[in-house]
Design a protein around this ligand. Structure first.
Ligand SMILES: *Cc1c(COP(=O)(O)O)cnc(C)c1O
Length: 378
């Protein structure tokens, strides 16, 4: 006989997120608000698009929508994400950063009042075919040197001429995306190219990603598009987000599930990728690459145990990684481990692993339970 158990929860006693393992990611809504306010401060008076693509850089789209509720608009690339924002009650502007992928997307844009990037001539044609619709705001994209999306100089001006005539096009904005805004002077040539192509065209401008928001004030234009800085990671190749005044928005934590005592010559993990030169205590952490921790993190990648900074040893496995307990002699199974967050900047883990904070956030695995710190006491 099958017995179905039905548990009834009152709205006051919502079930805890099931925690099959001790790992948990905590997303901080107050930190998101703080970082958004900092972006605004850097580009006063500008329209701020909070970039929430890739599931809010791995933070959960609904969480991003809450954290950035004070933004002027939300920008992303996924049309299902845009629909989710509308269902969640976001009624402000939504900008689709890669525009329509097919004509059905244009229909959704009309229905859900989404603004569309236009970077390709097919997208101009799809709009021309819908001339009778309610107007859509369009962001015409210039290729300023990245050679990824956008029109070159002449095609850009020609596309502007076609779009500006259409009844189904509302406000037209000129945009570009920088390849090198993180380098000092890295946006100069792109900015000159953009200004030449946009010369005399009567439309607002949007150019700045996080890096340009922070260090290229002449590129703030009318609307900025910060992404990674809002999530408390740096867009730059060095330093970390804290020194920019940003707060981490994601903490990845787990616990030690075992401790091993090593004698000199003992090896750790697959491939014996670490060998003890002296007697050592090491801790085994319930976090691996299947949780989104980078497998390429080498020996020495920063980590914190019971709030004390230490380093990984041995190869990261699917479900576990190992850490040196030398600086934390009191650590034992059950001790807390911060993989990244307040004590260990995500930028430091990324740099040690040959990647960027963006990738680590986005790669956080589905199996990691997510908690939301909304700044109120439970
Ligand atoms: C992702 C993206 C951004 C945000 O970039 P960050 O480096 O995360 O600030 C801005 N504009 C466009 C077009 C993007 O695709």
């Amino acid at each position: 006989m099958i017995v179905l158990r039905v548990r009834v929860y009152s709205s006051r006693t919502r079930p805890q997120i099931p925690m099959p393992r001790p790992i948990v990611a905590t997303v901080s809504i107050p930190a998101m608000r703080h970082n958004l306010a900092l972006a605004r401060e850097r580009a006063p008076g500008r329209f701020v698009w909070a970039v929430v693509k890739a599931n809010g850089y791995g933070h959960g789209l609904a969480n991003a929508a809450r954290g950035f509720a004070a933004a002027d608009g939300m920008a992303l690339v996924e049309f299902d994400g845009a629909a989710q924002l509308r269902r969640a009650g976001w009624s402000g502007p939504v900008l689709m950063l890669e525009g329509a992928f097919d004509p059905d997307d244009v229909a959704q844009a009309v229905r859900e009042r989404l603004s569309l990037v236009v970077h390709e001539v097919r997208q101009v044609e799809w709009l021309e075919a819908r001339a009778a619709d309610a107007p859509i705001d369009v962001f015409l994209k210039f290729n300023s040197g990245m050679n990824r999306l956008g029109f070159g100089h002449d095609a850009f001006r020609e596309a502007f001429g076609r779009l500006v005539r259409l009844a189904c096009v509302g406000r037209l904005t000129l945009m570009t995306h920088f390849a090198n805004a993180d380098l000092v002077g890295g946006a100069d040539q792109a900015l000159r190219r953009f200004e030449a192509a946009a010369a005399g065209l009567p439309a607002p401008r949007s150019l700045a990603n996080s890096a340009a928001t922070l260090q290229v004030s002449q590129a703030h234009g009318d609307a900025i598009r910060p992404g990674v800085m809002l999530y408390g990671a740096t867009p730059f190749g060095e330093g970390d987000a804290r020194s920019l005044g940003l707060r981490p928005t994601m903490r990845l934590e787990s616990r030690l599930i075992a401790v091993q005592e090593l004698v000199p010559g003992d090896a750790v993990g697959y491939g014996s990728g670490f060998r003890a030169a002296r007697p050592m205590r090491i801790g085994v952490v319930a976090c691996g690459y299947a949780d989104g921790y980078p497998r390429h993190a080498p020996n020495g990648t920063p980590v914190a145990v019971d709030g004390v900074r230490t380093a990984t040893v041995g190869r990261v496995a699917m479900d576990m990684l190992m850490v040196d307990l030398g600086p934390v002699p009191d650590a034992r199974p059950g001790s807390t481990v911060e993989l990244w967050g307040e004590t260990v900047p995500i930028d430091a883990v990324a740099r040690a692993s040959g990647t960027i904070g963006y990738e680590l956030m986005c790669a956080l695995a589905q199996r990691v339970p997510m908690r939301v710190d909304d700044g109120t006491c439970a």
